[in-house]
Every structure is written in C-alpha cells, then in structure tokens.
Ligand binder design. Structure first.
Ligand code: IMP
Length: 503
C-alpha cells in the first residue's frame, strides 16, 4: 500500500514570523548575511562563504556572464547555465574569471575598411558610442584608431565614407599598457581629460577600454566575492550525462563551484556523477546536487558526497512539473524537513552541508522565511531575470517594459538533460513555460532593497546573523482568511498604477 502523509505540504505564503525581543544592538547595519556555500567540518571554515545568501538559477534566461559578475560584486554566486555546448559554457566562465572591474572588453569593433554606415549600425545595436578600429576588426586585433561621436557628422558625410578617413588614428591617441592598475588608468584619464582610454598589450593589440563614466563604479564593493587571485567567484551547472567532458572544461576555465542541474536529484544518475568527480578530483572540486524534497533525498545525496544540497520540486515560477507529472511538495514543508535532516546529519557526523532553497520565491519576505526555516541560501530565477544584467531581451509590452523568462524544461530551452531518466536524448513533454517578467532595473539596487528588508525582519526577531536567526525564529502557520488580512483591505486603493516591479 502507498504511504500517505496526512499533513498537507505548505508554501512560504502560509507562514509568518513572530517578532522576538530586539536589543538596541539589533539594527540593520549590524546584521551579517554571511553564509556557507559548501560543506565544512565542525570547527573549520567553509572553502567558499558568500556575503549574501543568494545564488542565481542555472537557466538560459538568468545566469550568463554579465549577471554572474553583477551578483559576485554584491557577494552572491551565479551558476552559469549548462544547457549550452561545453565550449560555450566554459567560455562564459572564463569571461567572468577574466573580468577586471573597470576594464571593459570592447564589444564594438571595426576595421579601417568599414564604413560610417557600419559604425551607425553597430552603435544602434550595442548602444555604445566608442568603437575600436583594429587591423582585422576584432576585439583583440592590433589597434589602429578609435571612432567616437566627435569624429563624424552624419548630416555632412555619406554612409559609404571609410572609417580610415575619419577615425582618430593611433598616433593621436593616448593609450595605457595592459597590466596597469585601475587607479593608474583613471589617473591617465583625468590628467588628459579623456572619455575613454584604450589599453593595449606589448604588441599593440587591444586589450580593453577604461571609461571615464565608469569611474564611480570602480570604487570597491565591500561585499564582493573574490578568489585568492582577486577574480570574481563563479559557479557552473553540469548534467548527469556529459560530466566526463564538461567538468574538466569548466574547471580548466576557472569555475569555483559546480552544481548538478536536475529536476529530481534522488537518483543513481546523481550518485554516478558525484562519484566520478570524487574519483577524479577528490574533494578539490566543489559540487552541489539536487533537487530533493524530503529527508531520504537529503541523506542519499549527503552520503554520495554533495557539497551542498538543493531543495525544491515544482515550486518554480515557470514550472509546470506538478501539473504535468503530479510530483512535488510545498516548498516550505520540503525545506523544513530537509533542514532538519541536515542538522541531524551534522550532529551525527560533524559535517555541515549547506541547504539551498530553490524556486518559488515571490516576495522578498519569502527569502527571510526560507532563511528562518533553515536554508543557508536561496536560488532565484524569476527574481534575477527581471534585471538589466540577465541575458534576455527587454521589450515593451502593453506599455510596460518586460524581460523574457523561460523554463529549462520549456520547448524554448530544450534542456532534456535536466529531466533525463536515462532514456533517449530528447525532451518528451514540457515541464516549463515561456513568459515575461516585469523589468526592474539594475541588479545592485534591487538586491540592496530586498536584503534591507531581510535585515530589518531579522532585527525584529532579535537576530544579527543567519544562524542566530534560525535558532530564534518563531514561525506560525496562517489561515487563508488571515492571509487576506495581511494585505491592504477594506479601503479603496487610490491607484493601481502599472505593474509593480517591487516585491
Ligand atoms: P523561480 O525563482 O521561482 O523562477 O524558480 C527557479 C527554479 O525553477 C530554478 O532554479 C529551477 O530549479 C526551476 N526550473 C527552471 N526551469 C524549470 C522548468 O522548465 N520547469 C520546472 N522547474 C524549472
């Protein structure tokens, strides 16, 4: 006979925190959101610790190199999506590792033989006014000049005029040598009143640009996550099929941590993948696994050697797994049970395996609830898809700016490996949808606002760090009528306005 769990499983929305005593020390500025990313032994430090408890979902519409850099600047980690070729994924990881704050790789490049028409088309495409002119027209070619909007007058020149006739040639440019520091580059910019400074290597090939307008951005981000060579920390998704090929390429490219991307982690496929990694790399390669929704699933992946374990089936905003397959569990209930299993495992073995709550975060306070329930960090897809830095298009739909967001199990992503049960290599039915999310601006502002809410609630509960919060948090289930009471009610709202981008 089947096993019945008679208690219903609950979602974040069905819980509230009850405030506790807050001492005068409990102010948001004193709150630390530091959290471990990978497992560690009692009394030891984790090999990777994040400054904020947020990672971005392993999805085509979320985690590209640009978002990875923006999130690492704030102290979180992106997992670059694995549903692309090994070469493309490794190249994205390498791009994050090669990024030096303030040194921008040129994305607008032409050769001297191109025309003004090409420059205008490039400007329309990239939105950037400074174009590098290199011998072969590539971003690493020998620099021969630059074109900025001061070099041409559209009303007086034909589109067919060649770049070599109006560019500012190299002899008239001030450049700096690759290897200089950002403050040295900025000094050259200020001393010579430049808008942009090309950085060139010993052979005169273009390395990057430093722009005057970015000056403020170069100021250090206090929470940024750097490796021991001062490069941004980045994660990468892998699957249970091509790991023997993908893992070495990602490690070679510099990935700091990997994560098996799968809709269901309580399987032999994850065991084989983890075993292969341990056999080939020992503990030097850090790898998360999942997703699971109960104690048994956690225990299985812990015993297989996972460095962190992800919780969540069916709660993602673009996910239709529960409707399609009838599997899953309310995210709050799943998380509470898995975190209990994590604590028991720690008691028993002295090994702490961080738990990640993946999917279903709608409001900022859901992040707070997930942490209170025991999550060490949360993984978010929809949340990050809304920002400038996500890899998808920003569109105007019915008067509102939106960004595209699609599931890995949708026909658009066709990530069959995520749903692989060892059969043939294709997606047999969809488990995700293609959608829009309201555009919400830059990552930095949004993350700061979300986390200020998290810190504020932690203070209400008398906690100054996540572990403290977890031990002090008092949670209550709420009835459906009290959920209605929780929103504005019995008043006539003055305006509904456009779709809110606030959480
Ligand atoms: P969100 O933050 O609620 O948008 O959820 C993101 C999470 O949904 C991801 O981290 C994945 O675990 C999960 N996910 C991504 N694509 C799909 C899909 O197509 N179907 C089901 N779940 C998905």
């Amino acid at each position: 006979m089947a096993t019945y769990i008679t208690e219903p499983s609950h979602t974040f929305n069905e819980y509230l925190l009850i405030p506790g005593y807050s001492s005068s020390e409990c102010v948001p500025d004193n709150v630390s959101l530091k959290t471990p990313l990978v497992k560690f032994k009692k009394g030891e430090e984790p090999a990777i610790e994040m400054t904020i408890p947020m990672v971005s979902a392993i999805m085509q519409s979320v985690s590209g190199d640009r978002l990875a850099i923006a999130l690492a600047k704030e102290g979180g980690v992106s997992f670059i999506y694995g549903s692309q070729s090994v070469e493309d994924e490794a190249a994205m990881v390498a791009k994050v590792k090669a990024y030096k704050a303030g040194f921008v790789k040129s994305d607008s490049n032409v050769s001297p033989e191109n025309t003004l028409g090409d420059i205008l088309a490039l400007k329309a495409k990239t939105g950037h006014a400074t174009v590098a002119v290199t011998e072969d027209g590539t971003s690493q070619g020998k620099l021969v000049g630059i074109v900025s909007s001061r070099d041409y007058r559209v009303s007086r020149m034909g589109n067919e005029v060649k770049v070599k006739e109006f560019m500012t040639p190299l002899e008239k440019l001030i450049t700096a040598k690759a290897g200089c520091t950002i403050s040295e580059a900025n000094d050259v910019i200020w001393d010579n009143k430049l808008n942009s400074l090309p950085i060139v290597d010993e052979e005169g090939r273009l390395d990057s640009f430093v722009f005057r307008k970015d000056y403020d951005e170069h100021k250090k981000n206090p929470g940024e996550l750097l490796d021991d060579q001062k490069r941004y920390i980045v994660g990468a998704g892998i699957n249970t099929r091509d790991y023997a090929e993908r893992v070495p390429a990602l490690i070679e490219a510099g990935a700091d941590v990997l994560c098996i991307d799968s809709s269901e982690g309580f399987s032999d496929w994850q065991k084989f993948t983890l075993k292969w990694i341990r056999d080939n790399y020992g503990d030097s390669v850090k790898v998360g696994a999942g997703n699971v929704v109960d104690r048994e699933g956690f225990r299985f992946l812990a015993d297989c050697g996972a460095d962190f374990i992800k919780v969540g089936i069916g709660g993602g905003s673009i996910c239709i797994t529960r409707e399609t397959k009838g599997i899953g569990r309310g995210q709050a209930t799943a998380l509470i049970e898995v975190c209990q299993a994590r604590d028991e495992y720690f008691e028993e073995t002295g090994v702490y395996i961080p738990v990640c709550s993946d999917g279903g975060i709608v409001y900022d306070h859901h992040i707070t609830l997930a942490l209170a329930m025991g999550a060490d960090f949360v993984m978010l897809g929809r949340y990050f898809a809304r920002f400038d830095e996500s890899p998808t298009a920003k569109l105007l739909v019915n008067g509102n700016y939106v960004k595209e967001y699609w599931g890995e199990g949708s026909n658009r992503a066709r990530n069959w490996q995520r749903y692989d049960l060892g059969g043939d290599s294709k997606l047999h039915f969809e488990e995700g949808v293609d959608s829009y999310v309201p555009y919400a601006g830059p990552l930095k502002d949004n993350v700061a606002r979300s986390l200020s809410k998290v810190k504020s609630t932690m203070c209400n509960c008398g906690a100054l760090d996540i572990k403290d919060f977890q031990s002090k948090a008092k949670l209550t289930l709420v009835s459906s009528t009290s959920i209605v009471e929780g929103g504005a009610h019995d008043v006539i709202r003055k305006e509904s306005g456009p779709i809110s981008t606030e959480q």
